[in-house]
Design a protein around this ligand. Sequence first.
Ligand SMILES: Cc1cc2nc3c(=O)[nH]c(=O)nc-3n(C[C@H](O)[C@H](O)[C@H](O)COP(=O)(O)OP(=O)(O)OC[C@H]3O[C@@H](n4cnc5c(N)ncnc54)[C@H](O)[C@@H]3O)c2cc1C
Length: 411
Amino acid sequence: MPSIVVLGCGIYGLSTAYALARIQHSGQNITIIDVAEYACEGASGRPTTFLSDAHVRNPDLAALLRYSLAMHAELSRKCSGGARWQYQSAQNFDATPANGSIDAEIPAGLSWSKCGEPWTDAQWSRSTEYCSVDSHALGCFLLDEIRAGGAKIMFSTNVVRASRNSGHAVSALHVRPLGGDESSEVEIPCDRLLIAAGPWTAKVLKTLYPSATLDVPIYADAGSYSILLQPLPGGTSQPDWLNKSVVLHTGPRSTQLMMRQDGLVHAATVPPVTLDLGNFAGDSRVTHVGNALHDLETSIQSMLGMPSVTVLRRACFNPVTRSGLPIMSQVPYSCLDQANSTLAADGRDSGVYILGGHGYWGIVASLGSGKLMAQVMLGIKPDISLENFQLGTAPARETANGQDSPSRNGC
Ligand SMILES: Cc1cc2nc3c(=O)[nH]c(=O)nc-3n(C[C@H](O)[C@H](O)[C@H](O)COP(=O)(O)OP(=O)(O)OC[C@H]3O[C@@H](n4cnc5c(N)ncnc54)[C@H](O)[C@@H]3O)c2cc1C
């Protein structure tokens, strides 16, 4: 079996490692590494998560989401996802307040959950269209399974360089504990390397291949926040609320709220600001947020009719691409090592792969993308075509909101 290293312990690193271990019936040849202290410290651990393919028009993305949604349902059925990661059908209420101002229009207390007067374009989804999960709990489940399959998990670990051999662009990775010096460096054999480091993917590739000509087209969506609130007064004794979510569109910002089975209300917003990404999940500096968090808290207090809310979690960053389509691809040898023109010219297998940039469909697409990536890494024909998710070959294509985008993916 090839030695496989997965960089990134977000939902994409975990989904791929999980699928690799299942296809091989063993995870003993897999090492998964993250600089952060825990799994899913970035966007993957944010608590308000909807699973749906509603509103997706791009046919390639829609096919990927359908494939992945079926896997979510199946995994949940087999492994008690309802109890373990709160997988459940949910109803979503999508609304634009009449004058666009969240504060002026939100009815105090719980009455927002009834479709009604103050909203324009307000609509409850059909309950079959949406599911919800606690993505952090899903990530922890995958991690436990991967560990049980014999994989090695390394947190608080920095990757410093890659060695190559005559055939591949990677033969080993050199890693150090966070803050460690050269003397603490360890070499890990690696025939297949997956970089699934979310918005840090470009940075990781540059560290390993400083002369790479690849411009990794995965970016961090400007400042996304999530907060987790204390239980509502009355908590789960308010059945009207359970498994219901609301998305309010107000100018450049939308706000999501969800009442979960555990009685807690989860909330998120995407403020129009740029944040300092930091070096890895958990290291993000929350210095340029303006009033974004304060505004979110005020809106939520008003919606829930609560005098104060408790913030348990703050910044995270959404990995996105300009085309609106994710990257699920081997990195062409020629983008990593143009100096070695003979190897680059013969289209050789580089052994290096990138997975990420799924944007706001990231949790929906995770299990499916992980399995497809695992198939590609093991030389198996993927269940659905990944042709339009490749690096370096992207044609002009339709984005998620239906526009043609001439962007090229990478090198
Ligand atoms: C506010 C918000 C709302 C969202 N809502 C939804 C939703 O409702 N439904 C949905 O499906 N999706 C949603 N998403 C999208 C989804 O959360 C993301 O697309 C997904 O979590 C991205 O996962 P990832 O594994 O690619 O990245 P991340 O979760 O960012 O994981 C990347 C990991 O790489 C690690 N890393 C960084 N540098 C290194 C390094 N040098 N070596 C090793 N590891 C490294 C980081 O520490 C991190 O753990 C939302 C996102 C946000 C921000």
